[in-house]
Design a protein around this ligand. Structure first.
Ligand SMILES: N[C@@H](CCC[C@H](N)C(=O)O)C(=O)O
Length: 317
């Protein structure tokens, strides 16, 4: 089985090329590949598969295309006085889902499946471009994920992806080491709980060797939990924070792209801003999030570090 290892600000992935969708990928195999002592080691797996060759992706693309057709007919029937720009934006993205060639089949290190992985999309795009499986048009490339289609932009220094606007949907709390830390629930395609630390609680002191607690009624499918603290101003950003994250289906990781977007949305709201550039320092580096009313661009480095081959049989020893 061929693989590539890559990372985005230290959030690392085993990339499995499977254009025709023939790899018998299971939760057990993913967990074995991600094992840092007995396998290759990673926070997750990115299977690279063409949309028509992955049944779930093909269904997603078809239903998004159908939804787009229905929405277009409805809006044709309605008058030109429709000013619901949010719906228009979603509909455009859904329409593009039908045209993305590649599906990012993302799996967490424990073998569970997640809807979205922001750093994953950036590393996935790096892989497609470097291996010439895809050529960006004007720097841009559509990628289908379980959370819908996203657009990646290949730039000189980094890869950016428009994650679309995070949705802040409730208030909650995380518990760490007996501390209860209030937070905001955010939907970035996948679930997040963003806790801005109160005065007197140091980011570095949090024990994230175990999963933080949260209200399962708020997050029936689990949550990624981010902890945030303000940092001193940096050039080029309106807001600057530091973040640590405990990822659902993994452990504490060095970075989480969707988590950084969730954090940016929360700190921008707290600052009373609807558009902002937010620098988010994670243990693995810096991510820059550019938010406005209709988009959320996540930017940072995306690096491929090794290519190899592994016999899955040795993983069961
Ligand atoms: N590290 C990722 C998020 C990966 C998925 C997450 N663990 C989940 O289960 O939702 C990112 O960069 O967004």
């Amino acid at each position: 089985m061929k693989f590539t290892k890559g990372h985005g600000t230290g959030n690392d992935f085993v990339i499995l090329p499977d254009p025709e969708g023939q790899l018998p990928l299971t939760a057990e195999l993913v967990a074995a590949l991600c094992d840092r002592r007995r396998g290759i080691g990673a926070d997750g797996v990115l299977r690279v598969v063409r949309v028509p060759h992955h049944p779930e992706a093909a269904r997603l693309a078809a239903s998004h295309a159908a939804a787009f057709d229905a929405a277009s007919s409805a809006s044709d029937a309605a008058s030109a006085s429709d000013t619901d720009t949010d719906t228009d934006t979603d509909t455009d993205a859904d329409a593009d889902a039908g045209t993305a060639e590649w599906f990012m089949d993302y799996w967490n290190a424990d073998g569970s499946i997640a809807e979205m992985c922001g750093n994953g999309v950036r590393v996935f795009t790096r892989y497609l471009v470097d291996t010439k499986l895809a050529e960006p048009v004007d720097g841009g490339l559509p990628v289908l994920t379980r959370a819908g289609m996203v657009r990646a932009l290949v730039r000189e220094q980094d890869i950016a992806v428009d994650m679309r606007s995070p949705r802040l949907f409730d208030q909650g709390a995380a518990t760490v080491d007996g501390l209860t830390l209030p937070g905001t629930a955010v939907d970035c395609g996948n679930p997040h709980l963003v806790c801005v630390l109160p005065d007197g609680v140091e980011l570095a002191d949090l024990d994230l060797t175990r999963a933080p607690g949260f209200d399962p009624a708020l997050f029936p499918a689990g949550a990624n939990v981010e902890f945030v603290t303000p940092a001193s101003p940096v050039e080029g950003a309106d807001l600057h924070v530091r973040m640590r994250v405990y990822e659902r289906g993994s452990t504490e990781t060095l970075s989480c792209g969707s988590g950084a977007c969730a954090v940016a949305a929360v700190v921008a709201r707290d600052a009373g801003m609807t558009a902002a550039v937010v620098a988010v320092d994670v243990p693995g580096g810096r991510l820059t999030i550019t938010l406005d009313s209709g988009s959320c661009w996540l930017a940072g480095p995306a690096v491929l570090v090794a290519h190899g081959e592994i016999d899955p049989i040795v993983l069961s020893d």
